[in-house]
Design a protein around this ligand. Structure first.
Ligand SMILES: [Zn+2]
Length: 110
């Protein structure tokens, strides 16, 4: 069973109290982007077996969106954090590296 702690209200909620919102930290494509980039933004998503960053909404609680870092294979949760952050928090990265020393982030720091 997947249990995530909502960072907005602090309640540890079961998966049935939450609504998944897909992949987190998507780079938005503006008017300067071409059709292929926009199509990729709309439809292409990672299907990771391992560490994944996701959007969740506390649907049967405070109703707010938040982000979670978890392992899709084991359901291990590395942390949850505000949806207003553009990258995972340092303590969550540290928790992932402690549990998965061979993990490397798949994003580049701006
Ligand atoms: Zn909440």
């Amino acid at each position: 069973m997947l249990i995530l702690t909502c960072p907005c209200c602090g309640i540890a909620a079961e998966e049935t109290e939450l609504h998944p919102g897909g992949e987190a930290h998507l780079a938005r494509i503006g008017p300067e982007g071409d059709d292929a980039a926009f199509e990729s933004y709309l439809f292409a998503r990672k299907n990771v077996k391992g560490v994944h960053f996701e959007r969740w909404r506390h649907a049967y609680g405070c109703g707010k969106w938040f982000l979670a870092a978890r392992c899709t294979a084991t359901l291990q949760v590395f942390g949850t954090y505000s949806a207003q952050t553009t990258q995972p928090l340092a303590d969550i990265i540290d928790a992932i590296r402690a549990a998965r020393p061979d993990w490397t982030p798949d994003w580049t720091t701006p």
